[in-house]
Design a protein around this ligand. Structure first.
Ligand code: NAD
Length: 261
């Protein structure tokens, strides 16, 4: 039995994780931590309720979880990781916004054998979109990314867009100019540059998580698009990571690491 503690348990993602872990074979939720929602109960999806507590360190001492799953906020994920990794708890992190260099430092500071796994996107379709984008970039180096998310998202560009830009940048042999930056009439009209890939961030109510990768070539375009229309799209990836982290150590980034498992 894999014992899972969930931080951000009352949030949009955390509450789905409570249900997904409760429904999965061979694992269970042992604690739900969400300080702003102390005492609030979260449904396990099967008639049960799990109450949120405040103190992460105390919850770890009391329940000795095997894994912490964190879907919180860029401003708090670091302190949660310091506590959990410090206690030797493997971590599955979906919260975006923390630089990879800092994640590496946190993983290094953890007791030997502890794993810090971070996925900017847990949806299988998004992983495939990123793979296809890297493949296409080898042949079509002119590319821009449009990522679209709900209006409560804390960080921009999204972690998925940042990772996609990095993969494109590694894959393509040439870096074409991004035309129009010098003639931008309204600041930001041409988007941000992430590793020389132009990224546009859209924030609107009604959205969940979406991304288009647009390639342009002579007389043709290619568009790759992924839509998470529901947060359940992320849950198989989260469950897979919870099963896998115990067999790994150190920092691992991206669900690809576990997809062939
Ligand atoms: P949300 O605001 O709905 O939920 C966050 C929850 O964290 C809230 O309930 C909040 O009270 C709680 N929280 C705040 N501080 C805390 C702390 N110190 N300890 C424990 N809980 C705390 O946000 P959301 O939409 O669920 O997104 C959470 C994060 O997950 C964001 O960074 C988002 O970008 C990311 N996300 C990642 C993926 C992915 O596939 N990797 C997918 C969707 C969202």
């Amino acid at each position: 039995m894999i014992d899972v503690l969930i931080t951000g348990a009352a949030g949009r993602m955390g509450s789905e994780v409570v249900k997904a872990v409760s429904a999965a074979d061979g694992m269970r939720v042992v604690a739900a931590v969400d300080p702003a929602n102390h005492g609030v109960t979260v449904s396990d999806g099967n008639g049960g309720l799990i109450a949120c507590t405040v103190d992460l360190a105390a919850a770890i001492r009391e329940h000795s979880p095997d894994v912490m799953v964190d879907f919180t906020h860029p401003s708090v994920v670091e302190s949660n990781l310091v506590i959990a990794l410090g206690a030797g708890v493997d971590c599955v992190v979906g919260t975006t916004g923390l630089p990879e260099t800092r994640l590496a430092e946190l993983a290094e500071g953890a007791p030997a054998g502890t794993c810090l796994f971070m996925a900017p996107n847990f949806a299988i379709g998004a992983i495939l979109m990123m793979r296809f984008a890297a493949q296409a970039a080898r042949y079509m180096p002119h590319v821009e990314i449009i990522e679209l998310h709900h209006d409560q998202k804390a960080d921009a560009p999204s972690g998925t867009a940042m990772l996609t830009a990095g993969l494109i940048s590694q894959a393509r042999a040439t870096v074409p100019d991004a035309p129009g930056r010098e003639t931008e009439i309204a600041e930001g009209a041409r988007g941000a540059s992430v590793q020389d890939v132009t990224v546009h961030s859209v924030r609107l109510p009604g959205m969940v998580a979406h991304q288009e990768v647009l390639f342009g070539g002579q007389g043709q375009t290619l568009t790759l698009r992924h839509d998470s229309i529901d947060r359940t799209s992320f849950m198989p990836g989260v469950i897979l990571a919870c099963r896998q982290v115990g067999a790994h150590a150190g920092l691992l980034i991206g669900l690809d690491r576990f997809m062939e498992a």
